[in-house]
Design a binder for this molecule. Structure first.
Ligand SMILES: Cc1cc2nc3c(=O)[nH]c(=O)nc-3n(C[C@H](O)[C@H](O)[C@H](O)COP(=O)(O)O)c2cc1C
Length: 440
């Protein structure tokens, strides 16, 4: 039996005390109130991080999906299941991870105004997007490199999406092809697009997705090369594994020390990213193109025959421009706090984007959604649907397909509960008057 040192026991006692405290009110220490305490400077960061590290790697993580009380339980289990660098890749934001935290904090500034004496016996969570009906507004945002989290990667996610009836958006940097994912989904998925610096490569990905039957292309516009993913870089330094089989001299696009243009690095990177199969990558030096502008959107609009969405829009001005350029939908996103350290929660960007589109196209929002009440608040502010990134990847990392299914089920359950409590029997009844901003 494993022997636990007194120091470890002491630390666990301390953490349990924190967890039981009404101040903390949750065993999920990261991304929540303790993070706020840290940013307020009320506690010594080094000491607390040391405690957290112990807690995170303790045996307190759930060992099966059905033990989870909420989706944050999967974060701890994912941390336990993954090597440090892979968990670091999943967890990281940029700089101080302040935007990751802000995405969560934004939701806590909104309060719900519940109406009473409404018949809520039957709850209808369904929403319609581009003429298709989904049984809930919860979509799966694109997450790259999912085989780094579980050997079945995007295939397991697709099976979970099928089992629970959720829309899945496949990353350009997915570790499974759209054809395989759609076969596992037994239905269509949307294709996210990093167009690279070579037009023909981006176009090739679009045409392949269209041929596979994807009804929508999602162009991500919020990410430039070289974002400072410091949490990942720190995690890489403590990962003692030999990672050369997967990462040596390959173009990870996310790690330091990436090869220079023309070194052949991208081709090696792309080998593990099937959406680049069969494309001439000899001139590709970047997944994200720094010179992308509205002219590019126009050219892409003329090329894409299915729906075209932009992912990463956070302002009214850009929302208006998108409508003017014939874009079919927007995803309000800051890449889960992994692009710029704006410190602006997506839920606070949402209202101006909604104003900008003036009801002409659907708006989806992602970033920091961890509770059914978050989904409720996003719908109240005008979102048609929401996306989740890390939660599905935590479920995947911890338990594969059953983990993703459990994450989706928990969010559905929580959304159903708050819809009942708030007196909103259907998604279209969740309107602006259902929330109010917390008085400052
Ligand atoms: C590990 C990881 C990989 C991601 N990969 C992509 C990607 O390939 N394309 C993309 O548009 N967004 C990507 N994102 C951003 C997500 O689609 C989404 O916007 C974000 O995760 C939502 O925030 P959340 O993680 O707080 O739910 C990624 C996010 C994470 C955490």
């Amino acid at each position: 039996m494993k022997r636990i040192s007194d120091r470890t026991k002491e630390r666990r006692r301390f953490l349990r005390m924190l967890a039981a405290s009404p101040l903390i009110a949750s065993p999920h220490l990261f991304g929540g109130p303790v993070a706020n305490l840290l940013s307020a400077g009320g506690l010594t960061k080094g000491v607390l991080l040391d405690w957290f590290e112990t807690f995170q790697q303790s045996d307190d993580a759930i060992s099966s999906p059905d033990q989870a009380f909420d989706v944050l339980d999967f974060e701890l289990a994912a941390h336990k299941a993954l090597p440090p660098a892979h968990f670091g890749y999943l967890a990281t934001g940029v700089d101080d991870d302040g935007t990751v935290r802000a995405n969560r904090e934004g939701y806590s500034r909104l309060q719900i105004r519940s109406r009473r004496l409404v018949d809520v016996e039957n709850i209808d969570m369904s929403v319609r997007v581009f003429g298709a009906t989904w049984s809930s507004p919860i979509m799966i945002s694109p997450v790259s490199s999912q085989k780094a989290f579980h050997p079945e990667g995007d295939i397991a996610v697709a099976r979970a999406a099928r089992a629970k009836d959720h829309l899945q958006i496949l990353s350009t940097a997915a570790t499974s092809s759209i054809e395989d994912v759609m076969a596992a989904r037994d239905g269509a998925v949307w294709q996210q697009l990093y167009p690279t610096n070579v037009w023909e490569v981006g176009r090739g990905i679009v045409k392949r997705a269209e041929k596979a039957g994807s009804p929508a292309i999602v162009l991500t516009v919020d990410l430039q090369e070289g974002s400072n993913r410091e949490t990942l870089f720190r995690a890489q330094t403590v990962d003692k594994r030999d990672c050369s089989a997967c990462h040596s001299s390959s173009y990870t696009g996310y790690a330091r020390g990436r090869p220079k243009a023309g070194s052949g690095g991208f081709a090696q990177y792309a080998e593990r990213k099937p959406m680049f199969d069969g494309l001439d990558l000899s001139k590709v030096t970047a997944t994200h193109r720094a010179n992308m502008n509205w002219e590019f959107v126009k050219r892409l609009r003329d090329t894409v025959t299915v729906k075209l969405l932009l992912k990463g829009i956070v302002t009214r001005e850009d929302a208006q421009m998108a409508v003017e350029h014939g874009v079919d939908g927007l995803i309000v996103s800051n890449h889960g706090g992994r692009a710029e350290e704006s410190l602006r929660p997506t839920i606070e960007s949402l209202p101006e984007v909604i104003e900008g589109v003036a009801g002409k196209i659907p708006v989806i929002v992602d970033g920091g959604i961890r509770r059914g009440t978050d989904i409720f608040k996003a719908l109240a502010l005008g979102a048609t649907a929401v996306g989740i990134g890390r939660p599905e990847a935590w479920g995947l990392a911890a338990f594969g397909q059953p983990g993703v299914e459990a994450v989706l089920e928990i969010l559905r359950r929580e959304l159903r509960t708050i819809m009942r409590q708030a007196g909103t029997p259907s998604a279209d009844k969740i309107t602006r008057s259902a929330v109010v901003t917390r008085p400052s």
